[in-house]
Design a binder for this molecule. Structure first.
Ligand code: GLC
Length: 535
């Protein structure tokens, strides 16, 4: 659909910024970030130019999975503050004209949630069916072969009631039974509680896990499994995830959002493009933005990325809005994946593609994965599979604000260590440096907001080979050409069927700006340019 035909909403035009609250800003000297800390940094986010903030879970939790194990969906964990702090945060975000997106974790609760405590108390408790309880097989073994994402079996034996319960993640995170209408209603009421407060949307955790096969059939083996992979990868989760009935649930959640004005829902979904698209729902009555993790999962190769961008664009349903992600709290950081110079090209890609970009905190200053010594590892995924290097701690380290002690994050000992070089790589140092990553992010965001072609315009692929990826963004007569060298070696951009003239308005090496483009373009390794084309 052409952009002119659509009315665009804030979550289509805006840039989303993800905050991992433990690591953003500590305000009470306990070494863990909190809500008052975030409030203190809102002016920074306004300055950066982002429009919406998504905060990873801040709710009551035993913290077995750092807040993704929730014991009360309607209360704030004291580590992060109080409900009054939350209300203040929401008001302060709104005062600045920004939006606030919360993390909703509907697939599982904590094993300390009162619902689960009741459910496990006896087989005839009214909440027994709120979770997935099953008898052992005749030999006493698990009901089927399903595995936990965090290692080992997905089933945990309960001695007291002599049944197994299913947990896709830790045993401290029992999966809810979404086939039970009371579970559905309870979670919809959780949504209403936050929507009534004025929250602008949710990022829904592991949306594709929410419903399981009703016959609990065994998952098939994965022929591509290799020993360096997580044990979960041994099987293809054909029956434990992405079941057809999940779409009814997503639709019901959407209907709750639609009771309010302009609220939205992002779905966390790791699935191939064709399957991902089904989460937009028939007639777009599903998730507003099923998270698109292509840039996280593909090899950083121009041709691969270009063809997948085209496939993704081509697969979008009518009226389905695209989105792009370079990093999150579960994945290695982009700077560590592609190198700090290439990470600037990645930033240019993220912020010039068509669709809502999500920036992971710290990526805007090129934070790298921080090595955490084995005895300091905190992430259960890392602790459970120690030889596989799967800890997510390195991408969750404290935000590097300045070159004072503990980088301005805290004045006590941070919950995860800072890298030795934080005095060199931090917000303060980069804020006034015209060549910094932060300046590049800020300028890209600003230009994107100012130019309809970049914000909402059409995407037109131009040319790609094993080094270059190029495309045009267009709105009316205004056209921008984006040329990115995704390799470290110099290259030429000389598409056969086009002749472009224009001026470079933004470049990863800013010295290139304001130069005219007439003939072929040569690019240095790790270089990206944004050209305003002549009308
Ligand atoms: C999602 C979260 C991840 C968490 C898991 C279980 O993938 O992003 O951090 O561990 O769900 O809730």
């Amino acid at each position: 659909m052409k952009e002119e035909q659509l009315k665009h909403l804030w979550w289509q035009e805006g840039v989303i910024y993800q905050i991992y609250p433990r690591s953003y800003q500590d305000s009470n000297s306990d070494g863990v970030g909190d809500l008052q800390g975030i409030i203190k940094r809102l002016d920074y986010l306004k300055w950066l130019g982002v429009n919406a903030i998504w905060i990873s879970p801040i709710f009551s939790s035993p913290m077995a999975d750092f807040g993704y194990d929730i014991a009360d969906y309607q209360d704030i964990h004291p580590l992060f503050g109080t409900m009054a702090d939350f209300d203040e945060l929401l008001a302060e975000v709104h005062n600045r004209g920004m939006k606030l997106i919360l993390d909703l974790v509907p697939n599982h609760t904590s094993d300390q949630h009162p619902w689960f405590l009741e459910s496990k108390s006896s087989r005839d408790n009214p909440k027994r069916d709120w979770y997935i309880w099953e008898d052992a097989l005749p030999d006493g073994s698990e009901p089927n072969n399903w595995l936990s994402v965090f290692g080992g079996s997905g089933w945990e034996w309960d001695e007291n009631t002599q049944q197994y319960y299913y947990h896709a993640f830790l045993k401290e995170q029992p999966d809810l039974n979404w086939r039970n209408p009371d579970v559905q209603e309870a979670m919809m009421n959780v949504m209403r509680f936050w929507l009534d407060k004025g929250v602008d949307g949710f990022r829904v955790d592991v949306m594709w896990h929410m419903v399981k096969d009703d016959q609990l059939r065994d998952n098939p083996p994965n022929p591509h499994y290799e020993p360096h992979m997580a044990t979960y990868e041994k099987l293809i989760p054909a029956y434990s995830t992405d079941q057809p009935e999940v779409h009814d649930i997503v639709h019901k959640m959407r209907a709750v959002l639609d009771e309010y004005d302009e609220r939205m829902m992002i779905g966390e979904i790791y699935l191939p493009i064709q399957k991902l698209m089904t989460y937009y729902g028939s007639d777009n009555n599903g998730a507003h933005l099923p998270f698109n993790f292509l840039l996280l999962s593909l090899k950083w190769e121009a041709q691969q990325i270009a063809s997948n961008v085209d496939m993704y664009e081509g697969a979008l349903p009518d009226g389905g809005w695209p989105n792009w992600v370079l990093g999150n709290h579960d994945q290695p950081r982009i700077t560590s994946r592609v190198g700090s110079t290439q990470a600037k090209v990645a930033a240019m890609l993220l912020l010039t593609l068509r669709g809502t970009p999500t920036i992971y905190y710290g990526d805007e200053i090129g934070m790298r994965d921080v090595p955490i010594p084995p005895e300091e590892v905190q992430d259960p995924q890392g602790l459970n599979m120690p030889d596989l290097h799967l800890s997510r701690d390195p991408a969750r380290t404290p935000m590097q604000w300045e070159d004072t002690n503990q980088a301005g994050f805290t004045d006590s000992k941070p919950w995860l260590r800072l890298p030795d070089y934080f005095r060199r790589i931090n917000v303060k140092v980069q804020q006034d440096d015209p060549f910094s990553m932060l300046t590049l992010y800020r300028r890209l965001i600003k230009l994107r907001q100012e130019e309809p072609a970049l914000k909402i315009g059409d995407y037109i692929p131009v040319y790609s080979d094993n080094q270059v990826f190029s495309f045009i963004r267009k709105s009316g007569d205004s056209r921008f050409l984006v040329v990115l060298n995704l390799s470290h070696r110099p290259c030429y951009f000389k598409p056969k069927h086009h002749k472009f003239t224009g001026v470079v308005v933004l470049a990863t090496f800013p010295e290139r700006e304001n130069t005219a483009i007439t003939e072929s373009i040569s690019l240095g390794g790790d270089e990206g340019i944004l050209v305003r084309l002549d009308a």
